[in-house]
Design a protein around this ligand. Structure first.
Ligand SMILES: Cc1cc2nc3c(=O)[nH]c(=O)nc-3n(C[C@H](O)[C@H](O)[C@H](O)COP(=O)(O)OP(=O)(O)OC[C@H]3O[C@@H](n4cnc5c(N)ncnc54)[C@H](O)[C@@H]3O)c2cc1C
Length: 383
């Protein structure tokens, strides 16, 4: 069996894998990207909402934007709503297939080599190399490198050889529908709509919208019920696209590094605990991973002693957010519809909008602290 060598192997050609590959290829490293799908940007289940802050920070491809988002309407189980209207766009909806391809193209232009239809079946780490096996039985190929980056997203079946994977997850179900009268992104709360989480309708273009929800069980059945619910029935025309369901991690992995490897993006659970959005945190951690790997090459040392710095740095950046998000999620999952109605009503009167404006689209700790400290009166759980 022939073995091909790279400096760095990236497993997974999603946005986080390709972005990390780009950062390292442009430093002159020989990078190999391995993607199991026959094309980049295939079989994606994502709404494609990315903040304007993230776009600016990572110089993301603007030609993939379908539309800007300037307002969000939150709808309580009672049907009462609360609208957040910004002065200018705070996020964009992108075409995720084009977005993934545009980032991947940057990596290739910087010299990264892509192996499509190359699902990695096994990884192995020895004292001298990180190596992977791809291909069908009898036609297997092996590739090796100094260091490996696991950016496989959250797969239901773990890749043999990776040290850890997120232990808890929701399912995200989504489809595309025809939708009249849509200006805002709409989010809906309620035990019968999406227990423990929320559902969304996001206008895309040509009177179409992405409609989806996050829930622990039966996501497709909840989504079908939501489309027929009194809140939106009559406005929705079922589309031709099927309902897709995918897991979204709600916890991070305990350890995102080992000798000669790091785990980045959704595979490490680097997603917003409040919304399940993973692109921003994934790119942020991708930069930290690339810096740590550059340092490992400088030192000629790929042991976990050096790669540990990656884990420490991303956790110290994201831990307050992830902790606050988890706290809110735990409280929220105990609320009845009556309590959610009460909270949304209170938020309308309390003046939460300036807090939302200050916090920005990606950082939710301050909003969560505000909700817990100021909106939930001490006797809230007795209501
Ligand atoms: C319904 C839904 C809506 C969402 N909406 C948003 C949103 O609006 N905004 C947002 O920021 N996030 C959203 N997310 C989350 C977002 O899609 C992910 O966080 C993001 O795709 C993570 O990027 P990634 O590169 O880490 O992983 P992925 O995008 O999952 O990419 C991983 C890649 O690795 C490949 N792969 C997997 N295993 C192997 C293997 N063994 N060998 C080779 N290749 C492999 C996969 O084919 C894939 O191409 C949503 C998720 C869901 C389910």
């Amino acid at each position: 069996m022939k073995t091909t060598s790279y400096d760095i192997i990236v497993v997974g050609g999603g946005p986080v894998g390709s972005y990390t590959a780009w950062l390292l290829a442009r430093e002159g490293f020989h990078v190999g990207i391995f993607e199991k799908n026959p094309e980049i940007g295939k079989n994606i289940n994502c709404t494609g909402i990315i903040s304007t802050e993230c776009f600016r920070q990572y110089d993301l491809p603007e030609n993939t934007v379908i539309r800007p988002i300037v307002s969000v309407k939150a709808v309580a189980p009672s049907g009462d709503s609360l609208k957040y209207q910004a002065a200018s766009p705070f996020a964009y909806v992108v075409r995720r297939d084009m977005f993934d391809r545009a980032i991947h193209k940057r990596a290739e232009q910087a010299g990264a080599v892509t192996h499509l239809g190359s699902g990695v079946k096994e990884i192995a780490v020895t004292r001298d190399a990180f190596s992977i096996k791809t291909g069908k039985a009898g036609k297997e190929e092996t590739f090796s490198s100094e260091v490996g980056i696991i950016a496989t997203g959250f797969e239901m079946h773990a890749l043999p050889g990776i040290p850890e994977r997120p232990g808890e997850f929701f399912f995200g179900a989504q489809t595309e529908v025809g939708m009249e009268d849509m200006e805002d992104v709409e989010v809906y709360f309620g035990e019968k709509i999406a227990p423990g989480s929320f559902s969304w309708i996001v206008p895309t273009n040509d009177r179409k919208a992405k409609i989806g929800l996050l829930t622990r069980n039966n996501p497709a059945s909840f989504l079908r019920k939501f489309m027929k619910s009194r809140h939106i029935s009559g406005r929705v025309t079922p589309g031709e696209s099927p309902i897709k369901c995918s897991p979204v991690p709600t916890t991070t992995i305990p350890k995102s590094y080992a000798d000669r490897l790091v785990v980045v993006g959704e595979a490490a659970g680097q997603v917003k605990a409040t919304t399940g959005g993973g692109i921003y945190f994934g790119l942020l951690c991708s930069e930290i991973a690339a810096d740590t790997i550059l340092n490992a090459f400088r030192q000629g040392n790929f042991t976990e002693k050096v790669l540990r710095a990656y884990d420490k740095a991303w956790r110290s950046r994201l831990a307050p957010e992830l902790k606050a998000g988890l706290r809110l999620k735990n409280i929220y999952s105990m609320l009845s519809d009556r309590q959610i109605d009460f909270l949304i009503d209170l938020a309308r009167k309390d003046g939460i909008m300036p807090v939302i404006e200050r916090a920005g689209f990606d950082w939710h700790k301050d909003i969560i602290t505000h909700i817990i400290r100021h909106l939930m009166p001490k006797n809230f759980f007795r209501k």
